[in-house]
Design a protein. Structure first.
Lengths: 307, 489
């Protein structure tokens, strides 16, 4: 029995199959991906290229192997929907009748109170998509105005690590993409909007225990320069106090690498509403001083796909 | 070396014809190249253990070596993995594979001189790569961290080793192919394909966005499940029947496992919830679950082959290693299938459960199987017994105990950590602390495994020194004596 060529062909076939499936086909699907329309601010495309300093920071992040402990992917297990009445309109009686159908357990007086009260009023909370759509279908013919709010759910989002799941678009311009496979430290996909203060990050890098008392993250003192205070203290010097203060006459100044890394961390945001991740953003997201002020939405907006 | 290579040319190119080479001659033709590969592998194993211990200790004392950028956790940890995979695992795999190809083909190893050159070049590449990781030139892709100036060297070195391996296979005198040869042939082809694909698409002509992550997952899964998996299985299918002196229970079952694994094994590794189109994790899950078929076939086959050979287990140390490796393979495969389900990976992904699974596969299955092979093959190659049976026994005890400690504590810790991470009421620090308690037990495991690795390396070093002394000293004396006599005259 001489199966040499047969084995070779079979193996070739098997490998080609997995190569086509997981290398070639994804390339066909995503290889030419372009920035998509940002649904909140339709004039702006998403994602934007990271600004220069943040791009350099990506290299620092790669070089120090930060991804060994930090993931950059927020998981989402599902969505819930809130229905809010924004304007009862003029036909109160019908609105109340519709409300009673939407919320069978509510009494007539409760419904009256809802309609009479100051707008907006929450009608349904944490319901499934079907329930929200039904409610809208019943309320809208009455002339009342209501809104559906889409809320992504999941442990990561409940933890405050992000507002929605990470999607392929978020990483379009990164090289390398470091999704990470460990959460020895918290997820960083949305750290730029979660912790938007540069100084916090500098202190945290210099000695994590200054800002997180029980942190197991190693200090990155080699990203800082310790030097004698000259004629005037440097405006960039870290403000260290108590146990963490350096010896008198000296100051700790961040190096370029530390600044770049912080610029990168602040540019990590996954809060833009795009087609793939419908959600409703409640209020203006104020973080204008970050280097990568991405597409912060201005007002409550909902993705059109749900209705 | 040139003499042996020219003798290979006299071999008729038709497989299955010509006289069969006696085992002693085959071992002699393998002696230098295989020993170079195995000795270098043992050194890298110790290097990886040292890096691993440093990384592990950093969890206990984050301030440890914190002012040395070379040894920051994010560099030491990938340095350890790369030293283990490319330094130890790949070289041990190639060394044992070459010997098995020659022995199963009943033919002399072709071009041993080139293989030695390839092995040395491979070591240059790994050294450069690990150095690159430590100075911060890492590529940032898991298991492929070696910078772009090291990977072409590795590829070239692999070609220099792989081509003589294929030629040896081609020149085989034994017409019947044993299933180990199927596995070895597939593995030999698989590595250059996946390594070049991953390097080209990630480092030299990078693809965009998350595709990089997809290619990297594909590579990691193929490297571990197929390349290391196939060579490890080839060794198990070779050594288990050989050391128990029992025939393989079913050749057909083994071939079924081979094809099923070749078709389904290369698709895993993409976890549900990854920021990629949903069909990719789904496909990955389906194929990972399908690996249950080869896994069951292998379990039945090995179990039936081994039944009744319990008495042999006590006497033979290599057999102990191989059986331990086989059990670890089956366990790691079962855990991989369980972890493919989204419900389970939601809890265990991103936790210490993942490194526990990796360690169970890499060290528990692959390294342990290779240890068994090394303990069996090296005395044949060198024509000399191991200097210390006690060190070898200590190695087995330390390696298995360390692995059980490490994998046990990290999987429990990982599940606790995952349950806590999935409960938003538990603060992040609390979730990590639960895992860290277990992780500290894991460090003990690391320490034991490292000690075991030192046992192997020192035993091998001792053997080589003793051999060198036995063959080189008389030779030098013979060369020097006449001159001395002349000088005295």
């Amino acid at each position: 029995m001489n199966h040499g060529p047969l084995i070779f062909l079979g193996v070739f076939f098997a490998l080609t199959l997995s190569w086509f499936g997981l290398v070639f086909e994804p390339q066909l699907q995503l290889g030419n991906a372009q920035p998509t329309t940002n649904l909140v601010n339709a004039a702006q495309l998403y994602p934007q290229m990271r600004p220069g300093q943040a791009r350099q920071g990506l290299d620092v992040y790669r070089s120090l192997g930060c991804a060994a402990c930090h993931s950059q992917q927020i998981g989402q297990t599902g969505r819930t929907y809130d229905v809010t009445l924004t304007d009862p309109g003029t036909n109160r009686a019908e609105v109340i009748a519709a409300l009673l159908k939407v919320r069978p357990r509510a009494t007539a007086t409760e419904a009256e109170k809802l309609v009479a009260g100051p707008m907006p009023q929450a009608i349904l909370k944490d319901v499934a998509h079907v329930a929200a759509t039904n409610a809208m279908a019943k309320l809208e013919p009455t002339g009342a105005k209501a809104e559906v709010k889409i809320i992504p759910t999941g442990p990561d989002i409940a933890r405050g690590w992000g507002k929605r799941r990470s999607v392929a678009e978020d990483f379009l311009f990164d090289q390398p993409v470091m999704l990470g496979s460990q959460r020895i430290g918290p997820d960083l996909a949305d750290v730029g909007s979660r912790l938007p203060v540069a100084n916090w990050h500098l202190l945290h890098l210099y000695n994590p225990q200054i800002v997180v008392s029980k942190s197991v993250m190693p200090p990155y003192r080699f990203l800082f320069e310790k030097r004698k205070i000259g004629r005037e203290p440097s405006p960039d010097a870290l403000k260290l106090a108590g146990n963490f203060a350096t010896e008198p006459g000296c100051e700790i100044v961040p190096t370029d690498e530390a600044r770049q890394l912080v610029a990168y961390l602040l540019s990590l945001r996954a809060d833009t509403v795009i087609f793939e991740t419908p959600m409703t953003v409640a209020t203006a997201n104020v973080s204008t001083n970050t280097p990568a002020a991405t597409n912060a939405p201005a007002a409550q907006t909902t993705n059109s796909v749900v209705k | 070396m040139i003499a042996t290579s020219s003798s290979a040319h006299t071999v008729s190119p038709e497989p299955g014809s010509g006289p069969v080479a006696p085992p002693a001659d085959i071992d002699a033709s393998c002696r230098v190249p295989v020993m170079v590969l195995l000795a270098c592998a043992a050194v890298w194993l110790v290097v990886a253990s040292v890096f691993g211990l440093i990384a592990s200790l950093k969890f206990h004392a984050p301030n440890l070596l914190a002012d040395c950028p070379w040894l920051t956790y994010g560099r030491v940890q990938p340095a350890q993995m790369n030293a283990l995979i490319y330094g130890f695992a790949a070289q041990a795999a190639l060394g044992i594979a070459l010997w098995m190809i020659a022995r199963l083909g009943r033919t002399l190893l072709v071009q041993p001189g080139y293989i030695v050159v390839g092995a040395l070049l491979w070591n240059v590449g790994v050294k450069l790569g690990v150095f690159g990781i430590l100075i911060g030139d890492t590529t940032g892709y898991e298991w492929l961290e070696m910078p772009g100036y090291a990977s072409p060297i590795l590829f070239a070195a692999y070609a220099i080793i792989g081509i003589p391996a294929l030629l040896t296979f081609h020149h085989r005198r034994e017409p019947m192919l044993y299933v180990s040869q199927w596995f070895l042939l597939a593995a030999l082809f698989w590595f250059p394909w996946i390594y070049s694909t991953a390097n080209l698409l990630l480092i030299f002509f990078p693809v965009r966005g998350v595709l990089q992550a997809v290619v990297d997952w594909w590579y990691v899964n193929n490297l571990s499940q197929i390349w290391l998996g196939f060579i490890g299985l080839a060794a198990i299918f070779y050594f288990l029947p050989k050391l128990t002196a029992r025939p393989l229970y079913s050749n057909y079952l083994a071939i079924l496992a081979f094809w099923a694994l070749a078709l389904s094994g290369g698709w895993g590794g993409i976890h549900s919830g990854a920021p990629v189109p949903a069909w990719m994790p789904s496909l990955s899950t389906v194929f990972t679950v399908l690996t249950a078929i080869p896994l069951i076939a292998i379990t039945i086959n090995l179990n039936r082959t081994f039944t009744g050979a319990m008495a042999k287990l006590k006497k033979s140390l290599p057999l102990k290693f191989v059986v331990f490796g086989a059990v670890a393979y089956l366990l790691a495969g079962a855990l991989a299938i369980v972890s493919a389900f989204p419900q389970f990976s939601q809890i265990t992904h991103f936790t210490l459960f993942t490194p526990a699974r990796t360690q169970l596969f890499l060290y528990g299955f692959f390294a342990t199987t290779m240890f068994g092979a090394i303990y069996h093959v090296v005395p044949l190659l060198i024509q000399n017994e191991w200097p210390s049976a006690r060190l070898a026994r200590a190695h087995f005890a330390l390696a298995t105990l360390g692995l059980v400690f490490y994998v046990g504590s990290l999987s429990v810790g990982g599940i606790l950590q995952g349950l806590a991470l999935n409960d938003p009421e538990v603060p992040f620090a609390g979730a990590l602390n639960r895992a860290l308690v277990c992780f500290r037990v894991g460090t003990l495991g690391d320490l034991l495994m490292a000690a075991g690795n030192v046992c192997l390396a020192s035993n091998l070093g001792w053997l080589l020194v003793r051999c060198c002394r036995a063959c080189c000293v008389p030779a030098i004396m013979a060369a020097v004596k006449p001159q001395m006599a002349e000088a005295a005259r």
